[in-house]
Design a binder for this molecule. Sequence first.
Ligand code: PNS
Length: 165
Amino acid sequence: MRRAVCPGSFDPVTNGHVDIVARASYLFDEVVVAVGVNKSKNRLFTAEERMDMLNEACREFPNVKVDGFSGLLTTYCQEHDVHAIVKGLRAVSDFDYELQMAQMNSSLADVETVFVPTSPEYSFLASSLVKEVAAFGGDVSGLVPDFVRTRLVERLEENRRKGEQ
Ligand code: PNS
């Protein structure tokens, strides 16, 4: 059984993420979308919300499941008998850090990183940019699944209201 993880924060999942997961699901027998739930980072969505959106976004891929992990990704891989990490590469600027992480991860566990080039139509896409565009009222349809766009707009509006109180 060839099993891989697609790790990330997915705050929130974008169409670029879905594209990478779809292609990983073609390459591997089983793919786990592993959502980092480490507490330290400031997120717009909770881990449960991010996983919930991923489950919806990936429901068309029968060999894909969504799981959360805390701590090291390599520990998750060891505990779940996973030997491949799939990462999307958008541009050369992603490569330095991704290479460093890949080498660190393979020094920690028996795991290889497989880089998949992002499809050109998503090469500029990042969750952080999508949140910023949406926060300033920009249209993010086509960048994230429709139901994610709805939840994003709702959450930003909730946060804006809370900020006004
Ligand atoms: O979507 P992101 O924020 O680029 O995802 C980064 C993620 C979660 C894949 C990365 O930060 C990670 O693997 N974190 C787990 C902690 C860990 O294993 N750190 C050592 C990396 S060499």
